[in-house]
Design a binder for this molecule. Structure first.
Ligand code: PMV
Length: 347
C-alpha cells in the first residue's frame, strides 16, 4: 500500500445491557442475544498514529494510557491484533502508537473494555478505509462492530445506534452473532433520552473477569433455560419498545440484572458480586418506586455498581432522590450521570 503514516482519533461510548450477554462459544460467539442502551458520557477516546515499517513479521505498537506508557494492557491489545489480523492484513505493515484515555474515573469499576475495544476498532477501520476508499458506510460500521466483538464481546454494541442488538434473534431482522445492529424497529418516545445514573458502590478490581465469567456458563446447571429466557426477554422488549410500557420494561430489566447475578451465585465456583450497599440501593429504589409511583429501576453489570434507569421526564425527581437517599451508599459519594447516546464519533 502507499499510505506511509498518519493518525486517526475516535471516541466510543460504554453501553449498558438490558438483556445480558453472559456465556459464549468459540470465537466470541454469544450463547444468547443481548440488547443495550448506548451511553453518552462514559467514553474512551483513542488516537491511533501509524507509520510504515521495514520488517513485516511481527506486530509493533506502543501503548499510552492517560499519556503514560502502559505495559500491563499490552498483552490484551496484542491478543486483539492477533485475532483481527486475518480481517486486516495490513496490521504488520505499520508501527502503531495507541494513545487512549477514558472520560470516567480510572478505577471506578466501570468496565472500559467495551468502549476501549470499540474505539480501537474504529481507528483500525479508518486506516482500512484509507487503504480501500471505496467501502460504504454500512460496511465500515458493520465491520467495525465485528472487529470490536473480537476484542470484547459487548464492545460490538458500542459502535453505532441508541439501542443495539447483538446475537441472532428470529424476530429481529438483520440481527447477527457476528456484530451488533441498531434496533431496527420503532422505539416509543418514552424511551427516548432514557437516563442512566451510575452509582459507584465498589471501585475495587473486578473479582471475576468477564472471560472467567462467561466460562462459568459452560456446564452450568441452568444454562439452557437461561439462554432460552434471554430470547424471551428480548421478544418482550421488542413489544415494550413499541408500546412504551415502562412498567413492563422495568420487570424485564430488573429480572435480567438479578438473573445475571443468580447465574454467578449458582455456578461452580460460585460468586457473590453484589455488596451490602448494592442491596441497600435496590431496596431503596423499590421503596421509592412503590411510594411515589416514579418509573425508576436498576440494572447491574458483573459487579457491585448500580445503574439507575429512568425516563427523562422524571429526571429532577430521581436525581433529588439519588442525592437524598442513595449517595450515602456510594464509595466516596461518587456517581456518574449518563443517558442514551449515539455511538462512536470520529474526532
Ligand atoms: O464484553 P464482556 O466479555 O466484558 O462481557 C460483558 C458482560 C456483561 O457486561 C455482564 C453483560 C453485557 O451484556 O454487557
Amino acid at each position: 500500500s502507499t499510505i506511509e503514516n498518519g493518525s486517526f482519533e475516535w471516541s466510543a461510548p460504554s453501553n449498558i445491557a438490558l438483556v445480558k450477554y453472559w456465556g459464549k462459544k468459540d470465537n466470541q460467539i454469544p450463547a444468547n442475544p443481548s440488547v443495550s442502551f448506548t451511553l453518552n458520557n462514559c467514553k474512551t477516546i483513542t488516537k491511533l498514529a501509524f507509520e510504515k515499517k521495514e520488517s513485516k513479521d511481527a506486530f509493533s505498537f506502543d501503548l499510552l494510557f492517560e499519556g503514560k506508557p502502559k505495559e500491563d494492557f499490552k498483552p490484551k491489545i496484542r491478543k486483539f491484533l492477533e485475532r483481527i489480523e486475518e480481517y486486516l492484513p495490513f496490521l504488520k505493515d505499520y508501527h502503531f502508537t495507541i494513545d487512549t484515555h477514558n472520560t470516567f474515573p480510572h478505577s471506578s469499576g466501570i468496565a472500559s473494555s467495551a468502549s476501549g475495544m470499540a474505539a480501537l476498532a474504529m481507528n483500525f477501520m479508518s486506516l482500512e478505509k484509507k487503504l480501500n476508499p471505496e467501502m460504504t458506510d454500512d460496511y465500515f460500521y458493520q465491520k467495525a462492530s465485528f472487529l470490536a466483538r473480537l476484542g470484547s464481546g459487548s464492545a460490538c454494541r458500542s459502535v453505532k445506534g441508541n439501542v443495539v442488538v447483538w446475537g441472532n434473534q428470529a424476530n429481529i431482522e438483520g440481527s447477527s452473532d457476528l456484530f451488533g445492529v441498531e434496533f431496527p424497529y420503532a422505539i416509543h418516545e418514552n424511551f427516548h433520552n432514557y437516563q442512566d445514573t451510575i452509582l459507584l458502590v465498589d471501585k475495587g478490581e473486578k473479582q471475576v473477569s468477564s472471560t472467567v465469567g462467561h466460562d462459568l456458563m459452560h456446564n452450568h446447571p441452568y444454562a439452557y433455560s437461561r439462554f432460552a429466557q434471554a430470547h424471551e426477554n428480548l421478544d418482550k422488549l421488542i413489544a415494550i419498545f413499541e408500546s412504551g410500557n415502562v412498567e413492563e420494561f422495568i420487570k424485564v430489566v430488573e429480572s435480567e440484572a438479578l438473573t445475571l447475578h443468580a447465574m454467578m451465585m449458582t455456578s461452580m465456583p460460585y460468586y457473590i458480586l453484589m455488596k451490602p450497599n448494592t442491596l441497600q440501593i435496590i431496596n431503596a429504589i423499590w421503596k421509592f418506586r412503590d411510594e411515589t409511583k416514579t418509573p425508576v429501576c436498576f440494572t447491574l453489570d458483573a459487579g457491585a455498581n448500580v445503574h439507575v434507569l429512568y425516563p427523562e421526564n422524571v429526571k429532577e425527581k430521581v436525581l433529588q432522590f439519588i442525592k437524598n437517599e442513595l449517595v450515602g451508599f456510594c464509595q466516596n459519594g461518587q456517581y456518574i450521570c449518563d443517558e442514551i447516546g449515539d455511538g462512536a464519533i470520529a474526532l
